[in-house]
Design a protein around this ligand. Structure first.
Ligand SMILES: Cc1cc2nc3c(=O)[nH]c(=O)nc-3n(C[C@H](O)[C@H](O)[C@H](O)COP(=O)(O)OP(=O)(O)OC[C@H]3O[C@@H](n4cnc5c(N)ncnc54)[C@H](O)[C@@H]3O)c2cc1C
Length: 260
């Protein structure tokens, strides 16, 4: 709970209480800083059943991981939490970056010496029926996070050019029953096409109509030709975007990849 008031000058405000924000809060708390962590409750992997490959917590529910992180911060009374969305952040003081004032969607304001943005990213998925619905359960982005669970199963890769080609190469470590769906011209060289066939990856360039599902599980990829290819998982490289506009608002430079 937060007992800081709008007139307190905090050492650090952390926006975002996902793994990044909570890790920062732990070390700043132990450094005896007055810390306020503000979170709007929409972590990137909320749709996922399990966070895999995280040392000492393999397979844990994402919400439980965050709960443990918060519980371990209880003893640091100098770390407080506030629920809400930060909608505005601006530098105050004579020197730029001297102090920051932030405003929540509730209208509350806080002032801090340092502002740490741990707001994460969101993923823009292909605008094809089924991708959003199966995100995290049948549509995956990371072989390290989800490859083990679908190993040796019939899997698809969605993508064209280097993105699809490299993901296909990568996934040969988890399954040898792979198709690359480029949803139109695959934009691959003759060499790359030969390489795919040497790996045993079938290339399908037909347009995708939708992903088919049963009880929340992917059952097949329906092409606009009417054919349905039975698959148990599809890997895609979504375009990441900053979850919040705060970095942009503060004048930070954004790379084409969406990173600050
Ligand atoms: C489907 C899926 C499955 C994944 N599976 C795994 C896995 O198995 N293993 C693994 O290691 N990684 C996995 N990941 C990656 C993992 O989710 C991220 O690495 C992790 O969430 C990054 O943590 P973060 O704290 O940077 O961001 P997030 O977890 O996204 O947390 C950011 C927080 O900031 C808050 N926030 C944003 N803007 C504001 C604002 N303006 N005001 C207040 N709060 C705000 C959000 O509500 C959110 O709670 C997966 C990702 C996805 C999409």
């Amino acid at each position: 709970m937060n007992t800081y008031t709008s007139s307190s000058l905090l050492d650090v405000i952390i926006v975002g209480a996902g793994p990044t924000g909570l890790s920062a809060a732990l070390l700043l708390g132990r450094s005896r800083k007055q810390v306020l962590v503000i979170d709007s409750g929409q972590p990137r992997n909320a749709v996922s059943h399990a966070a895999n490959g995280f040392f000492s917590r393999d397979g844990i529910a994402p919400s439980e991981l965050l709960q443990i992180g918060r519980e371990q911060l209880h003893k640091y009374k100098n770390v407080r939490f506030q629920t809400g969305k930060v909608i505005d952040a601006k530098p105050l003081g004579t020197e730029k970056g001297d102090r920051f004032q932030i405003t929540l969607d509730s209208g509350e304001q806080f002032t801090t010496r340092k502002l740490l943005l741990a707001t994460g990213v969101t993923d823009k998925l292909p605008a094809i029926a089924g991708f959003a619905e199966l995100w995290g359960t049948g549509v995956f982005h990371c072989p390290y996070c989800h490859g083990w669970e679908v190993q040796d199963q019939p899997l698809a890769i969605y993508g064209k050019g280097a993105t699809g080609f490299e993901m296909a190469q990568h996934l040969t470590g988890w399954s040898r029953d792979l198709i690359l769906c480029s949803n139109g011209n695959a934009e691959l060289s003759e060499d790359q096409r030969n390489q795919l066939s040497m790996w045993g990856v079938e290339l399908r360039e037909e347009k995708i109509a939708r992903l088919e599902q049963e009880n929340g599980a992917l059952t097949g990829i329906a092409l606009t030709t009417g054919e349905v290819i039975p698959q148990h998982g599809i890997f895609v490289q979504p375009q990441p975007h900053q979850h919040s506009e705060l970095a942009k608002q503060l004048g930070c430079n954004l790379a084409d990849s969406g990173a600050v």
